[in-house]
Write a protein that binds this ligand. Structure first.
Ligand SMILES: [Zn+2]
Length: 502
């Protein structure tokens, strides 16, 4: 069996190498490429993508996988080797089910739908985007049918982002969440003395913001010898070469401190996960962190649970104040802490706070599931969107730009991705509860800027495993229990109960 695994691993590492090259092309496009480089870059990327697809579908790959298809063949493998076979087999089978012509059609549709969406969003004109969204829904339904599914076509699509999760399970988790979050949002809305955020939107020199984000990244343990930070319009984390080249980006806004600070902490969290990949899987497709929800749980651990906590700012606020003595003159630590945790039902998902965020996701999940299952037509979306916003958050978007047109995902054909953002919050809270339990002095350490013990705990329990375990297995291994949204709700109730004196 060892020889067979080695054979498979050679192909797997080649795929990972090709993906790294493709990521480098993309990183360059988003951070450095001159504006006229777009057309040739698109050709280069299309070429790379079709080579990767060929490799995954190849006869060679089929032959390398064949011995593992025999009954009982994987039962004696280690967790690592079994995961290697599991993922290679899944990608091979799925890729072979989708004909090259359809892949081509999808790539073209993605690029045209993206352009139409960009323009439609600018003009807040849903009707201009609707025909392309309709095509995206049709194509994705076709893909789901080709791949196959037990209960609903939406399940087949989720599998790409969150293997093992199903529409029914997400529905169950989300409906419980909704029941508890809606009243909590209402309670917070009624609370007297809401935080003021005016100090966050004074003038903050962007060069100094940049310096501060670098300090923060160093503080959480990001390894600058195995990565770098650059600027981009939409922040992202990308793996160029295994755990030793994980790059991130952030964005700077002179009139708002939050995008840079929390953007860097968020991407830094993703990057710590990838830099922490265990040696035995580094350079294979199992490296670089688990699937979407677990990955998001690690960015949110640093952005929200740590990065928006009082102990964290006890250490960092004096440093921030030294960099921005004018903007923060007279501002007290506690007021700053309350400001970065202000809860307000708002239209835009990416600007939402910790309490309202998941409701934005529940809404998107319900709509995209119904679209893919054929229970909702594209023309009905704006009406349903606005009705759900009213029901969940008590507000109605004044136009589609602030409503249904705000996210890029559907234009890019991403159906099944949204739920992972909220699941990430749930996983983060449960993991963190257990991290805290094993380190009773955690708050004191964070207040001193000592974040290493937390990072070590996460590295040992989570980071080093990469994709060996799916989120549902990982959470059981780390916490001894399946995912329980109760941890997230208790985290919110405790934190915001104090902030808002509920
Ligand atoms: Zn993220």
């Amino acid at each position: 069996m060892k020889k067979r695994i080695e054979k498979l691993e050679i192909l797997d590492r080649e795929i990972k190498t090709m993906q790294g090259v493709s990521s480098l092309l993309d990183w360059d496009m988003q951070t450095r490429m001159p504006s006229r480089g777009g057309a040739s870059r698109a050709d280069q990327q299309a070429w790379m993508q079709s080579r990767i697809h060929e490799k995954i579908c190849s006869k060679e790959m089929g032959a390398a996988l064949a011995p593992f298809r025999k009954k009982g063949a994987v039962s004696r493998l280690s967790d690592r080797d079994r995961a290697l076979v599991r993922d290679a087999e899944k990608h091979h089978v799925r890729a072979r089910k989708i004909p090259a012509a359809l892949i081509d059609e999808m790539a073209r549709l993605d690029s045209i739908a993206f352009r139409k969406w960009t323009r439609a969003r600018e003009k807040s004109d849903f009707k201009a985007f609707a025909p392309y969204l309709k095509k995206q829904v049709e194509v994705n339904r076709k893909v789901a049918k080709l791949i196959g599914y037990d209960k609903t076509p939406y399940d087949a699509l989720i599998e790409d982002y969150e293997p093992g999760a199903t529409s029914a399970w997400i529905e169950e988790v989300f409906s419980g969440l909704k029941e508890q979050l809606i009243p909590l949002v209402k309670k917070i809305k009624r609370a007297p003395d809401p935080p003021s955020t005016t100090m966050l939107t004074r003038r903050y020199d962007v060069d100094k913001q940049w310096q501060f984000t670098l300090q923060l990244l160093g503080g959480i343990g990001y390894d600058f010898d195995a990565g770098r930070q650059d600027k981009s319009v939409h922040p992202f984390t990308t793996c160029i070469g295994g755990a030793s080249d994980i790059r991130i980006t952030t964005r700077l806004n002179e009139k708002d401190l939050r995008p840079a600070v929390f953007g860097s902490l968020h991407e830094g969290g993703h990057a710590l996960y990838e830099q922490g990949t265990g040696k035995s899987i580094d350079g294979t497709c199992l490296g670089g962190g688990s699937y979407c929800a677990a990955h998001e749980s690690q960015s949110l651990t640093w952005e929200d649970i740590v990065g928006r906590s009082l102990p964290f700012w006890r250490h960092w606020f004096p440093k921030l104040k030294r960099l921005f003595p004018e903007a923060l003159s007279g501002v007290k630590l506690h007021d700053f802490y309350r400001a970065v945790n202000k809860v307000t039902p708002s239209f835009i998902r990416v600007e939402a706070d910790e309490v309202t965020y998941a409701l934005h996701i529940v809404l998107r999940f319900e709509i995209e599931r119904d679209l893919i299952e054929g229970n909702l037509s594209v023309a009905q979306i704006p009406k349903v969107w606005n009705a759900k916003m009213k029901e969940y958050l008590g507000i109605t978007p004044p136009n589609d730009r602030l409503g249904v047109l705000q996210d890029v995902h559907w234009s890019a054909g991403y159906f099944g991705y949204f739920p992972t953002y909220a699941l990430g919050k749930l996983y983060a809270a449960q993991f963190f509860h257990f991290a805290r339990q094993s380190m009773p002095d955690m708050d004191a350490r964070i207040s001193r800027g000592d974040l290493a013990p937390l990072k070590d705990w996460l590295s040992r329990r989570i980071y080093r495993h990469g994709k060996i375990y799916r989120a549902s297995e990982l959470i059981r291994r780390v916490t001894g229990k399946p995912l329980d949204p109760g941890y997230f709700m208790r985290y919110l109730e405790e934190k915001f109960g104090k902030i808002y004196k509920l």
